[in-house]
Design a protein around this ligand. Structure first.
Ligand code: UD1
Ligand code: UDP
Length: 413
């Protein structure tokens, strides 16, 4: 008998992070019947990723509404996912991360007594309003989950501390590293992309993204003003800022930054173009979860536009820094990297601490073993381990205060 797996995605990062898991499941079609639910929480931003990875959803629930509220979105996902499950009758549902799609789908599965596998389990900031609502979403998903695919040893420790039995946790690495590795050598030009007319020769490119709900309003304004200060202070930089489609992000960013010299606001980039920009840029300013995990693959220092992060590995190894959202700290920290080569080089060395490109394979193998009733879900020797250079960096930074505490002390502003 085949194992019937239903994978749920709804936003851009879920498609990028589940693409190779779905691919692995489909490659093992002698063992798995696989279906994909696209909740449609994102429309345009996700459809590009689906095309790129050739994922044709079996169920398209079309839940997105302009400026949707969390409550109405949750209700629409709960309702529609239940119907899709009734039709497919899965043995397991796979959800990814901490979106409303992931949380509401896991709840719908639980109500139908369908076991849940949670990809990217165990991330915690320990502050339910930062990031909002993701910290609460992922904690709720953990309660509803049968198998926890923790990306790193740290995320396993967080789950163990909450009482999750060790036998239900598998340390896999983050699937985003699989996707990046699969695509990063794809040839790509910026012709016919929103980047095509940006003069890059002789400039250092600062890549900026931001979209977190907890930063909307005043924080977002401070960040935009800091970007203006930075281009005024450093004549050799250009800021490239693909603006998220959330209208609440767009209104602030456009009002403050439109028509600013050397600041280029663009539409969201397709994934291949985005990755090529990540490779080419000098440094990254972002509040994105996924981009924090991707940048170390290309040795790009990340300044994290948040007060806390649930992905502290890069900052533990000195490859990123949590700098909060104040205008002053954004200008100072970015200027330090632009003017001090040693600081820059120190942040740009080391292997990616989030994964080794084999997470999807481990996840699918563990689901297979679970379905056959085998234990352990994956042999400990097969789990993701930190790469040796990151271990070295850890030793080097052992005496440094942990980033979450440092950011909290700085108070963000
Ligand atoms: C969502 C996730 C967040 C994730 C982010 C990735 C929740 C609560 N939030 O945030 O965890 O980090 O996606 O980008 O699950 N919109 C469009 N077209 C699109 C996508 C969005 O127009 O393709 C606009 C719509 O007006 C929509 C709004 O953006 O109502 C907000 O989208 P939503 O999915 O609710 O929240 P995000 O801020 O995108
Ligand atoms: N990304 C993209 N185009 C863009 C901006 C981001 O393809 O213009 C990708 C990025 O490489 C990463 C993912 O989208 O894999 C992150 O999405 P986002 O920041 O929206 O969500 P988060 O990771 O914070 O949940």
């Amino acid at each position: 008998m085949k194992c019937r797996v239903i994978a749920v995605l709804g936003t851009r990062p879920e498609a990028i992070k589940l693409a190779l898991v779905i691919d692995q499941l489909r490659r093992r079609s002698d063992e798995f019947d696989t279906a994909v639910i696209h909740t449609g929480q994102h429309r345009t931003m996700l459809d590009n990723a689906l095309q790129l990875f050739k994922i044709k959803p079996d169920f398209d629930l079309d839940v997105m509404r302009p400026n949707q509220t969390l409550n109405s979105l949750t209700v629409r996902v709960l309702d529609t996912v239940e119907n899709a499950c009734r039709r497919f009758e899965p043995n397991m549902m796979l959800v990814q991360g901490d979106t409303t799609t992931a949380f509401a789908s896991a709840l719908a599965a639980y109500y139908s007594k369908i076991p849940v596998g949670h990809v990217e389990a165990g991330l915690r900031s320990h502050d339910i309003y930062n990031p909002f609502p993701e910290e609460a979403n992922r904690r709720c998903v953990s309660v509803l989950t049968g198998i926890h695919f923790a990306p790193t040893a740290l995320s396993r420790d967080k789950l163990l501390a909450e009482g999750v039995p060790n036998e239900q946790i598998v340390v896999t690495g983050n699937t985003v590293v699989d996707t990046l590795r699969a695509l990063s050598n794809a040839p790509h030009s910026w012709e016919n992309t929103p980047l095509q007319n940006i003069p890059t020769e002789g400039y250092r490119l600062i890549l900026v993204t931001s979209h977190r709900r907890e930063s909307l309003g005043a924080d977002q304004e401070h960040m935009c003003l800091a970007l203006k200060d930075l281009v005024a202070k450093h004549p050799d930089i250009r800021v490239i800022y693909p603006v998220h489609m959330n209208p609440n992000v767009r209104s602030t960013v456009n009002a403050i930054l439109e028509n600013t010299e050397r600041i280029h606001l663009t539409e969201p980039l397709d994934y291949i173009t985005f990755v090529s920009l990540l490779k080419k840029c000098f440094l990254v300013l972002t509040d994105s979860g996924g981009i924090q995990e991707e940048a170390p693959t290309f040795g790009k220092p990340v300044l994290v536009l948040r007060r806390v992060t649930e992905r502290p590995e890069a900052s533990m190894f000195g490859m990123s820094k949590i700098i909060g959202m104040s205008r002053e700290s954004i200008v100072n920290e970015t200027s330090a990297l632009l003017t001090n080569q040693d600081t820059y080089l120190d942040m740009s060395e080391g292997d990616n601490p989030y994964g080794d490109g084999r997470a999807s394979e481990r996840i699918v193998e563990a689901v297979s073993r679970w379905f056959q009733g085998k234990t352990p879900l994956l042999d400990a020797s097969q789990e993701f381990k930190l790469p040796p250079r990151s271990e070295q960096r850890r030793r080097k930074t052992d005496s440094v205060e942990i980033p979450v505490a440092a950011a909290a002390k700085a108070g963000g502003h």
